[in-house]
Design a protein. Structure first.
Length: 70
């Protein structure tokens, strides 16, 4: 199992995504990203989880798309 430590920048961007999700009533997404953003400094998560978070975040950032399901 490989892990990665999200940077403070990653976590700050996840907060922005969470806020956008909450603003349209997508509490499922908002909660997922708020929890991920609250990781302690230098904490690691599984690389697969990080990749999933980033994939949905980038779809929102570039195309303003929110996933259908989390």
């Amino acid at each position: 199992m490989s892990t990665i430590a999200p940077t403070e920048h990653d976590k700050n961007e996840w907060v922005r995504f969470a806020q956008a999700a909450y603003s349209i009533g997508r509490n499922d997404i908002g909660t997922r990203y708020s929890v991920a953003a609250s990781l302690p400094r230098n904490a690691t998560i599984e690389t697969a989880r990080f990749d999933s978070l980033q994939e949905n975040y980038r779809a929102w950032l570039v195309f303003n798309e929110f996933p259908q399901e989390i």
